[in-house]
Structures are given as structure tokens and as C-alpha cells.
Design a protein around this ligand. Structure first.
Ligand code: DAH
Length: 341
């Protein structure tokens, strides 16, 4: 019986050593230690042994069981470690492999221009104001000193929402001047970028929807000198440090005096080129000192306060800056075009 037990131990240990997976280990456990297993079979025959032999064989049988169980555990641990190692190996990342290229989008050229201009004015202490694109005739015209018979009010230029009634799509960002002055006490220093609408036919330089940016500064003692200083600084920020500006007299109903500002051409420095159509200058914006009537209508005393305003078309700025010859390209959103900026 001693020999038999030793045989069982050797056979079990050998088989366990050869086991390649957990399932085989379990099968071997059943084969040797299970209820109908080989070791159990031996123990069942112990009744036939003598009193002296019984404890000796019993102890040996326990040792054999312990040896087999120990080997089982050791193999289990070893197999688990092996499996873990294989798993880690399979998951190894080869950092030298070429990566998958994810195409990155970027900001639309119009958004880039708007962000650029916003940042310049934010740097000068301006705040951003936003307002409705559906306006009333009061804000879009009346409060800006644009009289009833003004051609800009004509249905051919303005999209009215209810016939020739009160509601319209704003034709300019200037109504934001009124809205800000109504709601804020001076000192006021804001810019208001946004979409505006005009009943224009689409061509290379016109679109029924486009973008403008309005500026307004109101305080005690603001002069035309402040206007020129601020806008010259803006032009340098937008087109480069060497940019010069010039002001030409103009007329706007809501400013007095009014002017248009040109900047020296950033492409040729003023010598004349394709961008400036050989004039050396590019037209940038309209501006002026806020009309006393406008101040009054907004509840600001023109004897105490004065201020300047300016407004510019942003598509034109983008077209000049990026040498884009057709405004429609900015709205068609062909990615082959947009990718260039
Ligand atoms: N709103 C004018 C336009 O659409 C632009 C403009 C000119 C705005 C002079 C102003 C200004 O604030 O002072 O043509």
C-alpha cells in the first residue's frame, strides 16, 4: 500500500507538471483527489489493514494528499502568471508604429477675423455687446437719426418682417449703440460684432447676409482725437505696426462730424498693388462723433457727455487680409477653400 501511495504521488506530480491549462488541473484534481479519485480509492481499502499499519498508512496518505494539493496550488499560480504575461505581451503598444491621422478642423476665416478684431479691442479695454438680429425700425433707424424718407429705409434695401411695419432684419450693427446707451451709464466702451441683412443681389462683393462690427465710446470729454488715436491703434493691430491711417470727411446720419478711415495697404506698404487696386490705401470703416440728437434720444446729456462710434464690414476686412476675390467663397463653405486659412 505504501508503494501504491508513492506511485499515486509520483504520477499525480508528473501529470500536474505537464498540465498546460486550468481545465487540465481541475480534471487532475478530480482524478486523484475527487470522491471517486485514486487516492480516495486507496483510503477506502484501509479497513483491511492491521491496527499497527493503519496510522502509518493514514499519515502517509495525508502526506500524499498534501503534496498533491500543494502541487495543484503551485501550478495554478504558475499558470495564472503565465496567462497574465501572455495577456500583457498581447497588449503591448508599439510606440514606433505610425499613428492614425485624425483630421483637425479649424476656425472659419470669418471667425478668425472676428476673433482677431475682438482681441485687439479687448486689449484696449472694450467690452463685447450682443443684440438681436430681428430689430425694430426704432432701433435700426429712428434712434439713429435716420429719417423716414431716407433711402436706406426703402423696402429694396431692408428686409421687413411684417410688410412695411415695425419689425425688420437689422441692416447694420449700429442699433447696438442705442441698446447699449439705453442700458449702461457712461463711461461706455464696447464693440458689437454680428450678422446684418440687406436685400442685395448676390455677387462677388454683395450678399444679403454679412457681418459688421460696431464700436462705441462715450465719456466726458471724448474728442475726435480720441477717435483717431483708438482707430489708428486698431489698424496697427489688424494690419501690422507700420500701418498708417487717413480720415476722409463723409456723412452718416448718426455721427457729426463723420469720416471714413483708410489704412495704408498692408500688402504693398502704400506703393500700390492688386490688394489696394493701385491706390496704396484700403477703405476700412466709417466713423464719427456720436450725433447729439442720438445721445439725447438714448437719455445721455450731450452737454455733459460726448463720444465716438465706428462701424465696419467684416467680409471686406477678411477679403483684404486673405486676398479673397469673391465674397461668395466665404459663405459656400467648400472645405477645399476653407482649408487654406
Ligand atoms: N452703420 C454704418 C453702415 O452700415 C457703418 C457706420 C458708420 C457705423 C459710421 C458707425 C459709424 O457707428 O459711426 O454703413
Amino acid at each position: 500500500m505504501k508503494e501504491k501511495l508513492a506511485q499515486i504521488r509520483d504520477k499525480a506530480i508528473q501529470k500536474l507538471n505537464e498540465a498546460a491549462d486550468l481545465k487540465t488541473l481541475e480534471d487532475l484534481r478530480v482524478q486523484f483527489l475527487g470522491k471517486k479519485g485514486e487516492l480516495t480509492g486507496i483510503l477506502k481499502g484501509m479497513g483491511a489493514l492491521s491496527k499497527e499499519e493503519r496510522p502509518v498508512i493514514g499519515q502517509l496518505a495525508n502526506e500524499v494528499r498534501a503534496d498533491i494539493e500543494g502541487k495543484l496550488e503551485a501550478m495554478k499560480t504558475a499558470l495564472a502568471a503565465k496567462a497574465q504575461e501572455a495577456k500583457l505581451k498581447a497588449e503591448t503598444i508599439d510606440v514606433t508604429m505610425p499613428g492614425k491621422v485624425t483630421e483637425l478642423g479649424h476656425k472659419h476665416p470669418m471667425t478668425q477675423v472676428i476673433d482677431n478684431i475682438k482681441n485687439i479691442f479687448i486689449g484696449m479695454g472694450y467690452e463685447i455687446a450682443e443684440g438681436p438680429e430681428v430689430e425694430t425700425a426704432y432701433y435700426n433707424f429712428e434712434a439713429l437719426n435716420i429719417p423716414k424718407d431716407h433711402p436706406a429705409r426703402d423696402e429694396q434695401d431692408t428686409f421687413y418682417i411684417n410688410g412695411m411695419g415695425d419689425f425688420l432684419l437689422r441692416t447694420q450693427t449700429s442699433p447696438m449703440q442705442v441698446r447699449v446707451m439705453e442700458n449702461k451709464k457712461p463711461p461706455i466702451r464696447i464693440i458689437a460684432p454680428g450678422r446684418v441683412y440687406r436685400a442685395d443681389e448676390v455677387d462677388a462683393t454683395h450678399s444679403p447676409i454679412f457681418h459688421q462690427l460696431e464700436g462705441l465710446v462715450i465719456d466726458k470729454g471724448i474728442t475726435m482725437g480720441d477717435l483717431k488715436g483708438a482707430l489708428a491703434e486698431f489698424a496697427k493691430g489688424l494690419f501690422g505696426e507700420d500701418t498708417k491711417v487717413r480720415f476722409r470727411p463723409h456723412h452718416f446720419p448718426f455721427t457729426e462730424p463723420s469720416a471714413e478711415m483708410d489704412a495704408s495697404c498692408f500688402a504693398c506698404g502704400g506703393k500700390g498693388c492688386r490688394v489696394c487696386k493701385d491706390s496704396g490705401w484700403i477703405e476700412v470703416l466709417g466713423c464719427g462723433m456720436v450725433h447729439p440728437k442720438v445721445l439725447e434720444m438714448c437719455g445721455i446729456d450731450p452737454k455733459v457727455y460726448s463720444g465716438f462710434a465706428f462701424g465696419m464690414g467684416l467680409e471686406r476686412v477678411a477679403m483684404q487680409k486673405y486676398a479673397i476675390s469673391d465674397l461668395r467663397l466665404l459663405f459656400e463653405n467648400d472645405t477645399r477653400f476653407l482649408k487654406q486659412f
